[in-house]
Write a protein that binds this ligand. Structure first.
Ligand code: TNX
Length: 513
């Protein structure tokens, strides 16, 4: 499709330089402000260096170099910006005085170079993701490509609309090993998402080692939906995940689902079951049948031990206690259990998060409800918000990445309807739930439940292209919201995903090149 001559990379010759192929406004999620300057393109050449000012910028510069080296084949040394250098490189500047907020940045492309400025490493990192999208799609290739590495001239200033932008991976229904999780973190980082919620426990599997209750992972982790071998993370596995996420400015939100969704735990410790008898392992996909006994003091020892260990392993501020679909627990017993568990979380120093089923119970300082409703109103949740709760929005009929795209999608659910890309994109987190003001909305999260999702390729197929739609709702100012524009910008990402070896759904709504 491109008939412009590509000069040999970096060769100095007299031919007119072809313009950049990507437009400055093609970025996903849409930046706050984009000011193109025609004729001011920059071309990355083999002699380019990445210059840093501010010590904490060095790590981000190293990440940028690692992103650009494979496809360009250029050495891209990271050097100090105070040393005189020939023009023609990329400069990353950390300036605490810069007014871009905790995650924002400014990016300037001129014929002399690219400059990114931010007040924080997270801001610089997000600027680097933008820079990456301004290069030709072949930048995603793991092997060197002969390419004209041009970026479009102009300036971008950018910052997020919401502070919480996330995705959830259910590693309980089907287990996904550490490399798969790290790859999902890479995908979040591309689209400036900053939270990974791990659904670590459910009826079909307990996926994290707990020292004080070793059978949870050993016994409860050894199954999954469909009867496969399951698996679990050791403490070191989990530490690797949270460290890898932190390097990419992603906070891990661990979920231990209580008091329901606990069949796997009960298979390991029958003493926690209402009848004191361990049930058989469960490999089906029904919900709502299991629960830990809320009237047994031993249950609260279990809760305190497990949440204490998870809190100690988790650097982020959140601890998610589930709370959904405990259909067999009477409402008063459920409320007492959740209120006590909220206090256990507070004692660990973390802030409690729960599915919006916990809305009716007493408020706990700072608590966050993850709302997965499918209607625009929910008086019980609105009331909890008026009592102080904040919301993360995961509307089932827009943000659930386990829903099918269309009736012929080979995997996925349909209880919340079909979710094509437009449905994922066309809603406003700021006004979605009646009676919930925008300032009570912490952000958005796209959950991927995995009853029918069994491999890394299937995870990617369900995430792409819908995850970027949710990412844009979380990041971009509402004024940029525009389906036609989004569809066109998103189209250019298909070749990027292909070059990166990612699976994705070729949604017919998107004009893929
Ligand atoms: C409901 S959403 C669930 C999950 C299922 C999901 C399937 C929520 C908090 N609970 O247990 O996996 O539906 O879409």
């Amino acid at each position: 499709s491109d008939d412009r001559p590509a000069p040999p990379s970096g060769a100095a010759d007299d031919r007119p330089v072809p313009p950049a192929r990507v437009r400055l406004g093609d970025v996903v999620p849409a930046p706050e402000r984009v000011t193109p300057v025609p004729g001011a393109d920059f071309v990355l050449t083999p002699d380019a260096a990445i210059r840093v000012s501010g010590d904490d910028a060095r790590a981000v510069a190293g990440q940028l170099a690692a992103l650009l080296r494979p496809a360009t084949g250029y050495p891209l040394p990271v050097t100090d910006a105070t040393r005189p250098e020939p023009a023609g490189g990329i400069t990353l500047t950390l300036a605490a005085s810069a007014d871009h907020g905790p995650e924002g940045y400014r990016l300037d492309v001129t014929p002399d170079g690219v400059r990114i400025e931010a007040a924080t490493p997270a801001g610089l990192f997000h600027g680097v993701q933008t820079l990456r999208q301004l290069l030709p799609a072949t930048i995603e290739s793991p092997l060197p490509v002969a390419e004209h590495w041009a970026l479009p001239g102009g300036s971008i200033t950018d910052r997020p609309r919401f502070s919480y932008r996330g995705a959830m991976l259910d590693v309980a229904r089907h287990f996904f090993g550490v490399p798969d999780v790290l790859r999902v973190i890479d995908h979040l980082a591309r689209y400036k998402l900053n939270h990974l919620h791990l659904h670590l426990t459910d009826d079909q599997g307990w996926r994290i080692a707990i020292d004080s209750w070793p059978r949870l992972a050993e016994v409860g982790g050894a199954v999954e939906v469909g009867g496969g071998p399951g698996g679990h993370y050791t403490r070191d596995d989990y530490r690797r995940i949270v460290a890898y996420a932190a390097e990419r400015h992603v906070t891990v939100v661990p979920e231990i689902d209580l008091p329901g969704h606990t069949n796997a735990a009960l298979t390991a410790y029958g003493e926690l079951a209402p009848d004191g008898v361990a049930p058989p392992p469960y490999t089906g996909t029904e919900v709502g049948f299991s629960y830990v006994d809320p009237t047994n003091e031993r249950t609260y020892e279990f809760v305190a031990d497990v949440l204490g260990e998870i809190a100690a392993l988790t650097p982020g501020p959140w601890l998610h206690i589930g709370g959904d679909e405990a259909f067999k627990v009477r409402p008063d017993a459920y409320a007492a259990f959740v209120e006590r568990t909220q206090r256990v979380v507070a004692a660990t120093g973390k802030t409690v998060v729960g599915w919006h089923q916990i809305a009716p119970v007493a408020h706990a300082e700072g608590r966050v409800l993850q709302w997965w409703g499918t209607k625009g109103e929910d008086p019980v949740t609105a009331d909890a918000v008026h009592r102080g709760a904040r919301l993360v929005l995961s509307p089932g009929n827009h943000a659930y990445l386990d829903m099918k795209y269309a009736p012929d999608t080979p995997i996925g659910h349909d209880w919340a309807g079909m979710i094509d890309v437009r449905r994922a994109y066309d809603w406003d987190p700021g006004t979605h739930v009646a009676g919930v003001p925008a300032d009570a909305v912490l952000g958005v999260e796209a959950p991927l439940w995995t009853e029918s999702v069994t491999s890394r390729a299937e995870v990617e197929f369900m995430l792409f292209p819908r995850l970027p739609a949710i990412a844009e709702l979380g990041w971009s100012p509402r004024a940029t919201h525009d389906w036609a524009g989004f569809r066109d910008r998103l189209a250019g990402h298909g070749p990027r995903w292909a070059a990166a070896g990612m699976a994705f759904h070729r949604s017919p709504e998107i004009p893929w090149p």
